[in-house]
Design a protein around this ligand. Structure first.
Ligand code: KG4
Ligand code: ZN
Length: 335
């Protein structure tokens, strides 16, 4: 029995991460160096700052990942790396490091789409069963992805403006919460009540697309208007009402998609998949689909990490996907 060992890289945004994955489903190590503190004083990710951090962190992450996994370069089967979508300068650090390792050690290089990575975080818990559907919700993406079979990804719906996580981060700022605001707003929401009637854009439209910029504006206008007339609004109720609106549209559209595309598995992935309200709601909604298994990516693997890239990398490796030394970062990469 051979064992595949993949060294994987993730540097698309503000986490530098390197992992070693065995046979596509076992995490031997998953080193994540976060830069959140450096970006917080700017209220969001500054691309130039991100690139500089990645270049400082990446060699240490490689060393730690190999050490923790108790493997050497000679044991590796292949190198996998996120090459898009994401911040070009950030992606380039991971791509360049992965290319250097692959070249120096004569290893195959596997290019991985960041969103496929988020979805394959589920594979680290249990093998993905096809056909499958994934709701990928993060700071940069809100997409419903239909997978008729392995290595086939069809985007059937996506946001027309802001991503769900982006909306959380922006309304969080108005509530005085530092970037990234998703988790604190989620916690705040659980202490409040749904008392503000915020819009649920496109909720009843006959498609699988999303829109969150109207909700974001409605939220900000409500808070600013209250400020002007010196009215004190309950922040927990604001957060709860916002979260209810987000969760309503995400779950309604997902349910609509599952009626049209019956699948064996629904995967909830991406940074916003850590949201308690969304996890609870989808769990309840899935009772009407007894033949579809719900796979909630574990909290530790929702945010950006290289383990998920290694899991997707192994699948692509099996499908013969390879890159050569000309591999470039592709910030707008689509499936
Ligand atoms: O996947 P991720 O780590 O990075 C991107 O690829 O974007 O997602 C980060 C996003 C941020 O916008 C953050 O506010 C959001 O995920 N997030 C949450 C929660 N935890 C993180 N949003 C809502 N509820 C949460 N519990
Ligand atoms: Zn991500």
């Amino acid at each position: 029995l051979t064992r595949d060992l993949i060294l994987s890289f993730e540097s698309s945004c503000d986490e530098t991460s390197v992992a070693v994955i065995e046979n596509g489903d076992t995490i031997l190590s998953n080193i994540v160096a976060t830069q959140i503190k450096s970006h917080q004083r700017f209220g969001g990710v500054v691309p130039e700052v991100a690139s500089r951090h990645h270049i400082e962190q990446i060699t240490g992450c490689i060393k730690d990942a190999l050490k923790q996994a108790k493997v050497s370069y000679d044991d590796l089967t292949a190198v996998a790396v996120t090459y898009g979508p994401g911040l070009v300068g950030a992606l380039l650090i991971g791509v360049t490091a992965a290319k250097a390792v692959a070249w120096a050690h004569h290893l195959p290089l596997i290019p991985v789409n960041h969103l496929a990575g988020h979805i394959y975080a589920a594979h680290l818990v249990e093998p993905i069963e096809f056909p499958a559907m994934a709701l990928v919700v993060s700071g940069g993406h809100t997409e419903l992805v239909y997978m008729p079979e392995e290595n086939k990804f069809e985007i059937i719906g996506e946001t027309r403006d802001d991503a769900a996580g982006e909306a959380y981060d922006k309304i969080g700022r108005v509530l005085g919460i530092n970037y990234p605001a998703g988790k604190p707003v989620d916690e705040m929401a659980h202490r409040g009540h749904n008392t503000f009637d915020f819009p649920r854009a496109m909720d009843t439209d006959d498609n699988f697309d999303f829109s969150f910029s109207g909700l974001k504006s409605a939220f900000i206008n409500t808070v600013h208007h209250a400020d002007q007339i010196h009215e004190e609004l309950n922040k927990a109720d604001l957060a709860a009402s916002f979260q209810q609106a987000v969760v309503d549209v995400l779950s309604d559209k997902t349910v609509r998609a599952l009626h049209e595309y019956p699948v064996k598995q629904l995967i909830l992935a991406g940074g916003v998949a850590a949201n308690r309200g969304l996890r609870d709601r989808l769990t309840a909604d899935m009772e009407q689909f007894p033949n579809t298994k719900l796979e909630l990516v574990p909290l530790s693997l929702c945010g950006d990490n290289a383990a998920m890239i290694g899991a997707a990398g192994e699948m692509l490796y099996q499908h013969g996907v390879r890159a050569d030394a000309t591999l470039n970062a592709d910030p707008g990469l689509e499936f």
